[in-house]
Design a protein around this ligand. Structure first.
Ligand code: ATP
Length: 199
């Protein structure tokens, strides 16, 4: 089974494009959703979060005190790096469990905002970068989430530069209205089916 990672800057459209692959019958693991889930479901990770950030990281009912964690990591790159260093391995474990249950003979997609930053790409056979320029991404996220330009820029600054991701990725989907996206997805889909067959 071929493993394909798909990433892109905030608001590039990686989730939208992943949903099109899903429509083609390809199972997709949404890493960011799973990262949130493991923080309240993976006991190893929960213990690590408590010992790193204190017991206040969780409420008595076991739910995550997101405000407390956000307050600690929001403006402190070291604390954010610490959190990522314990959450990423837990998300990798969740991916392995998820992938083991998939019975497809072809390929699966792992959608992750921090695919390269977390080294998750090393566990993928191929990678796709969804590209759109920053200004376009900012407008899309403001329209989608109703947050400020500064907030989008702050989140964007925590990701690798587009130039680096473009170099690291095996394939690029331009989601910037310069080319039709669906034919590109269909061509990649056929390509991955062929690669998976040859495995
Ligand atoms: P995030 O990193 O925040 O999770 P993302 O890369 O997954 O974002 P999406 O949520 O797929 O991005 O897209 C961001 C917004 O832009 C959504 O509201 C989506 O509907 C819209 N969008 C995506 N692609 C296009 C496009 N080609 N044209 C117009 N709007 C688009």
């Amino acid at each position: 089974m071929l493993k394909v990672g798909i990433t892109g800057g905030i608001g590039s459209g990686k989730s939208t494009i992943s949903k099109i692959f899903e429509l083609l019958g390809i199972p997709v693991f949404y890493a960011d959703d799973h990262a949130k889930k493991v923080m309240t479901e993976d006991p190893i990770l929960m213990d690590a979060i408590k010992s790193t950030f204190g017991n206040e990281a969780y409420f008595d009912d076991g739910s995550l005190n997101r405000k407390y964690i956000a307050h600690i990591v929001f403006n402190d790159a070291n604390q954010l790096a610490k959190l990522n260093a314990i959450v990423h391995p837990a998300t990798f474990r969740a991916f392995d469990i998820w992938a083991a249950q998939i019975k497809t003979p072809s390929y699966i997609l792992k959608e992750a905002a921090l695919l390269f930053e977390s080294n998750a790409h090393l566990m993928c056979d191929k990678t796709i970068m969804v590209y759109a320029p920053l200004q376009m991404r900012i407008s899309r996220v403001i329209a989608r989430d109703g947050i400020t330009k500064a907030e989008v820029e702050s989140r964007n600054s925590k990701q690798f530069d587009d130039e680096l991701k473009l170099k690291m990725a095996d394939y690029v989907i331009n989601n910037d209205d310069t080319e039709l996206v669906i034919p590109k997805i269909l061509a990649l889909h056929e390509h991955f089916l062929t690669l998976a067959q040859a495995q």
